[in-house]
Design a protein around this ligand. Structure first.
Ligand SMILES: Nc1ncnc2c1ncn2[C@@H]1O[C@H](COP(=O)(O)OP(=O)(O)OP(=O)(O)O)[C@@H](O)[C@H]1O
Ligand SMILES: [Mg+2]
Length: 256
């Protein structure tokens, strides 16, 4: 096995609910991979096992060949796994720039995180440049000084992406980035993600309900249903699979 990420035989249960059963998935460097499945299929649980937020009951997560078992969340982030959250997790009154600046300080490990939060550590020119470069890449420079509460939901998602990218991840885990966005906002988000990924070359594992986005954006797709993988392979083949279509019937019909 030689993928960037190799998760093998992952199982996880919560008080009798088998959220994941023997799930094996790999992502190669620079690859865009989708992970789809109905509500409660285990997608977020799987992300949390990759990130170290949850310890799987069984199975192994390897990243760049290294066994991540027992490696804490912060070390996995430093090793190169970035993430965004299913529910937006930003501070309403904090500016766009400050979100990236805090991530930058955490990345370079100056250890002054809390001091910076209360305004004692001023951004250095190199830090300002890195943050502005990222904001520019994401089209967020015009709103750099706005508080999060002044942004659209789509812009808020891009701030989350930017914050995750400040640590230079080699793998970015996106948990339903289109959630709450309309079609136009979703298309704009996809276009920005594509451009940023082309520029920076990280791999993406994308959890989505929006089949159109998965079809458009990913090369490979895995399908979870009740905690079990029911299909995987090239995205176009997977989305044509009768079993996959059956588990997504409502979605496909709604879009037809
Ligand atoms: N902390 C927890 N404690 C108990 N049960 C949990 C916990 N987290 C998840 N579950 C259960 O595990 C199953 C998988 O949930 P998970 O959130 O991973 O699904 P999902 O595929 O991300 O769903 P969605 O599409 O709604 O986000 C569900 O039955 C859920 O209720
Ligand atoms: Mg989820």
């Amino acid at each position: 096995m030689s993928g960037l990420l190799e998760a093998t035989g992952i199982s996880k249960s919560f008080a009798g609910i088998q959220a994941l059963q023997d799930v094996t998935l790999s992502v190669d460097a620079q690859q865009r991979t989708g992970l789809i499945g109905p509500n409660g299929a285990g997608k977020t649980t799987f992300f949390n096992c990759l990130l170290g937020v949850l310890a799987p009951d069984e199975g192994e997560v390897r990243f760049k060949g290294q066994d991540m078992g027992g490696v804490p969340v912060s070390h996995r982030a430093r090793a190169g796994i970035g993430r965004t959250f299913q529910r937006i997790e930003l501070f309403d009154e904090t500016s766009v720039f400050e979100h990236l600046f805090i991530a930058e300080r955490v990345r370079n490990g100056s250890g002054a995180f809390w001091k910076d939060l209360v305004g004692l550590g001023r951004p250095k020119p190199a830090e300002i440049n890195r943050c502005r470069e990222m904001l520019d890449l994401l089209g967020l420079l015009p709103v750099a000084d706005e508080p999060i509460e002044a942004l659209s939901l789509g812009q808020g998602r891009l701030v989350e992406v930017g914050r995750a990218l400040m640590t230079n991840p080699e793998l970015l885990l996106l948990d339903e980035p289109s959630s709450g966005l309309d079609r136009k906002e979703t298309a704009a988000l996809a276009a920005t993600l594509r451009a940023v990924q082309a520029e920076r070359g990280f791999a993406i594992l994308l959890v989505e309900h929006d089949i159109e986005l998965v079809a458009d954006f990913t090369e490979h797709t895995y399908v979870l249903d009740f905690g079990t993988l029911i299909a995987s392979g090239p995205t176009s083949e997977v989305l044509d699979d009768p079993e996959v279509r059956a588990s997504y019937l409502g979605t496909f019909e709604a879009e037809a």
